[in-house]
Design a binder for this molecule. Structure first.
Ligand code: MG
Length: 377
């Protein structure tokens, strides 16, 4: 079956994949990247995303984004972009659904604290942890640890990486050392992630009451589209006005990205994925859209991510993660048997990080209670 028929020459072709670490027979009715996506959906780490924080803790409200719904939105936006640019939708979808698998409980604070706790043991990076999940930690198949995904999906998952870690990753780490680019699908998924969170965080911020519509009008990108909605539907207010505004913003961002990238691709005229890897980034926003999304991000950072109510949860969450890590490091016998390592402090610390990173928000809260409260066991 030809899975690559409609793809541009510079797309990631399933038939030309660099393959999997453990050689397997072809997937038959599915392309290699479809198989990757299916393995990701069937993984344990994927189901955990439902109970991991995006910005708001999972139990703060039923309608806020979680890592799971965020990942699905990234996949949706990513597929749309990929189809417009004749790139590989299946690879984009696989990468999008896997991109946050290594996220700790409690959003970014979890990763920052774990990184501090691990500073004498090689540090902690959530991108690298996502890769660790799919390469090693998932226990699903008889023949290998992890999910044995293709090189291209793993390349897309590893968005960032320190040079020290890159040196230990062989072929996959090379682009961080020689500053080359990943596939267009990886570049695209990265920006689909940004489009998704910039827009859904506005929605969640307003729903929570931490942001107000009046405040949002300070953001040019929002104000302009809000004004377009007002012109089309005079007097429309409340949630519908908000959703219409966000809808227009997502459309504007995706259209800008497609148009800008198409022009860059025409000019650079890469003939293969290897040409793509050797050239400058080719999936981009226009300079104006880049400036506007940066202003939006800055606004969200100052007014939402650092809102005092979010800060309170952040500080509480960082205490939970730190105290769990310290307790386990001091007394590894508190860990489930699988996570205990004798006589190798480096490996023991890494196991503790794996254990904590794998926790959902509520599991971490319960575990903290079990370890520290005399009333809970
Ligand atoms: Mg994300």
């Amino acid at each position: 079956m030809d899975f690559d028929a409609r793809l541009a020459p510079y797309a990631a072709h399933s038939s030309k994949s660099r393959g999997r670490t453990h050689i397997e027979p072809p997937a038959g009715s599915r392309s290699e990247f479809q198989r990757d996506r299916d393995r990701i959906i069937h993984s344990t780490a994927f189901r955990r995303l439902e109970y991991k924080t995006q910005v708001f803790l999972n139990h703060e409200g039923d309608l806020f984004r979680t890592r799971l719904t965020h990942s699905i939105e990234v996949a949706q936006i990513g597929r749309t972009l990929a189809r417009s640019l004749q790139l590989n939708e299946d690879l984009v979808e696989a990468t999008a659904l896997a991109h946050d698998l290594g996220h700790t409980p409690f959003g970014h604070v979890g990763q920052d604290v774990l990184n501090e706790c691990m500073k004498d043991f090689g540090g902690f990076e959530h991108n690298l942890q996502s890769l660790r999940v799919v390469d090693e930690l998932e226990e699903h198949y008889g023949a290998f640890d992890g999910l044995n995904l293709t090189f291209e999906t793993r390349e897309g998952i590893l968005k960032h990486c320190s040079l020290t870690n890159a040196r230990q990753l062989g072929e996959l780490g090379r682009r961080f050392l020689d500053r080359s680019q990943p596939s267009l699908e990886a570049q695209l998924t990265n920006l689909a992630d940004e489009i998704a969170y910039n827009n859904h965080d506005i929605d969640d911020g307003l729903r929570s009451g931490l942001l107000t519509m009046a405040q949002m009008e300070e953001v040019e990108l929002f104000a302009r589209h809000r004004h377009m909605v007002e012109t089309q539907y005079p007097g429309l207010a409340g949630r519908r006005a908000l959703y219409e505004t966000i809808r227009l913003m997502i459309t504007a961002m995706t259209a800008d990205l497609v148009e800008t990238s198409r022009a860059l691709l025409l000019e650079a005229a890469p003939q293969s994925i290897d040409d793509v890897r050797a050239s400058a980034p080719l999936i981009r926003f226009s300079p104006q859209m880049r400036a506007e999304t940066t202003a939006l991000k800055r606004f969200l950072y100052a007014n939402l991510y650092r809102h005092f109510q979010v800060n309170r949860m952040r500080v509480k969450a960082s205490r939970i993660v730190r105290e769990l890590f310290e307790a386990f490091l001091q007394d590894p016998v508190l860990l489930p048997n699988d996570y205990q390592v004798e006589g190798d402090p480096m490996r023991q610390a890494r196991k503790i990080a794996d254990y904590i990173a794998g926790m959902t928000d509520r599991y971490a809260i319960r575990e903290h209670r079990r370890i520290f409260s005399l009333d809970h066991f």
